[in-house]
Design a protein around this ligand. Structure first.
Ligand code: GAL
Length: 472
């Protein structure tokens, strides 16, 4: 990976309002956990479950997260997906739909759902951040269900001493003894009543400025409390605290990923301990946001965490990795058979492209709206590797079979605050054959204005090609 900081003077482009969403005629099947690429579910639709968490029930993992639409930040419901292998996700339900009116109704904000089962009542309780569309009416809400997939009935604010908790980013944690906790930005921790329907005690207060997207896990006697800095949808170097009691004292530790990688371009949402084999793998779950195309272009960054004593780290970024079913350990993803570089005759560039000389690794780049490229490959799976850059924008990708029939289309985001090479699109497993991946310039990039009106996001809308990798 190359990290290079450089000043970039770019034009701010008006938002083009046409919208490409992901569609696929082919259901997705994967044999690895991929990060930074769209995932296709059994219906051929993208997995939309951001700011999420995973709850295990029996031998099945249930992923709950924010459903998203493109071009709006309004609450679109919380989705539930199931999986036995964490690589293939089956859409189960809209676990909590948009409410008729009021909180979590039309034109409101709903974020970061987390589900835990109360050991005393056996009911499933979902916690979430409910807010006004301008993020000025926040509280922690909850919803309850008899079945894990829902339907969940929204119950309103979670009360502490009869009052709502007026905070935004939240997470949830269930300790080994079944006690439930709600975690808030700033590092606040609230202990839940046994039925998880109210708060008993405020056990940790105002620990850090910001510390958004709070997530927690426990290994042995140590609690690890992860969170991000306050930069909206933009990524930053997330960090963590450790303690041997939830009441503290908490010790501030370092960043979760190497400094400058901006948590491998993601924001923490959850840590899942996977204890299926002899070993436990702790899986970091982060979001790579992409407003205003969160539905089609925001992706997931799920990486194995290395946990040693009070230290956690993700020293390398894995585009794809697997869980060894027998040992429970994380192992590398599938081996690549062939690399197709830009000079290969199977790669075709249309429109105006230039070779980037100042930024490594070498890549082709364009921001001209009629420009595109395509790569034809023969095999069972291919990945497109591009350099994401500070002026990177959306690419509209299609996968077609030999006869030109469209199998998948997707919008992917080629923005990063620092230039970094990575997989932007991976096909699901395909019947061995010849296929073509094409990508064209959409003409906009992600951006966001926070409450203070400060803008973050891309300075342009460039798309890039570095290489493709193929599995025979
Ligand atoms: C982030 C937060 C997200 C969302 C976003 C909106 O800081 O973690 O969940 O609220 O801000 O700007």
């Amino acid at each position: 990976m190359i990290i290079r900081s450089y000043a970039y003077a770019g034009l701010l482009l008006p938002l083009v309002t046409f919208s490409h969403s992901v569609s696929a005629k082919t259901p997705g099947r994967y044999d690895a956990i991929h990060s930074g690429t769209p995932w296709i579910d059994q219906r051929g639709l993208p997995v939309s479950a951001h700011g999420g968490g995973i709850t295990k029930d029996g031998d099945t993992y249930y992923l709950f997260g924010e459903a998203h639409r493109d071009m709006t930040n309004a609450f679109a419901g919380f989705n539930c997906y199931s999986s036995k292998d964490l690589a293939n996700w089956r859409f189960e339900s809209v676990a909590l739909p948009v409410q008729q009116s009021g909180a979590l109704g039309p034109n409101t904000v709903g974020e970061r759902p987390k589900v835990m089962r109360s050991p005393t009542t056996g009911k499933f309780v979902m916690f979430m951040h409910a807010d006004a569309i301008d993020y000025r009416g926040q509280f922690v809400g909850y919803a309850t269900a008899m079945n894990i997939t829902g339907p969940y009935a929204f119950q309103g604010p979670l009360l502490f001493n009869g009052k709502p908790i007026a905070k935004w980013d939240m997470g949830a944690f269930q300790d080994e003894d079944g006690t439930g906790y709600v975690l808030l930005h700033g590092g606040d921790i609230y202990r839940l009543a046994d039925d998880y329907r109210s708060v008993r005690e405020h056990i940790n207060k105002a620990m850090a400025h910001g510390f958004e997207s709070p997530a927690m896990f426990r290994k042995g006697k140590t609690y690890y409390f992860l969170g991000s800095n306050l930069t909206g949808w933009e990524r930053n170097d997330n960090y963590y605290f450790t303690a041997t009691s939830l009441n503290g004292p908490w010790t501030r530790q370092g960043t979760i990923a190497p400094e400058g990688t901006l948590t491998w371009n993601s924001q923490t949402t959850f840590v899942l301990p996977i204890a299926d084999g002899k070993k436990t793998t702790y899986m970091f779950m982060g979001d790579r946001w992409s407003y205003p195309r969160q539905a089609s272009a925001a992706t997931y960054v799920w990486q194995p965490l290395i946990v040693t004593g009070t230290k956690i780290t993700m020293p390398v970024y894995r585009d794809a990795w697997r869980l060894d079913a027998a040992t429970g350990a994380a192992k590398p993803g599938p081996a690549i058979s062939e690399t197709i570089v830009a000079t290969d005759k199977r790669v075709r560039f249309a429109g105006t492209w230039r070779q980037e000389a100042a930024i490594e690794p070498a890549h082709h780049v364009t921001d001209e709206s009629s420009s595109s490229f395509s790569v034809t490959f023969t095999g069972t799976q291919a990945s497109l590797i591009s350099v994401a850059r500070p002026d990177g924008g959306y690419a509209y990708i299609t996968l077609r079979d030999r006869l030109g029939k469209e199998m998948i289309s997707s919008t992917v985001d080629m923005y990063s605050k620092y230039p970094v090479s990575g997989i932007k699109f991976v096909t699901p497993l395909l019947a061995r054959g010849t296929y073509t991946i094409s990508a064209s310039v959409v003409g906009d990039g992600w951006y966001w204005r926070n409450k203070k009106g400060e803008r973050s996001g891309s300075a342009g809308h460039a798309i890039t090609f570095e290489r493709a990798e193929v599995r025979r």
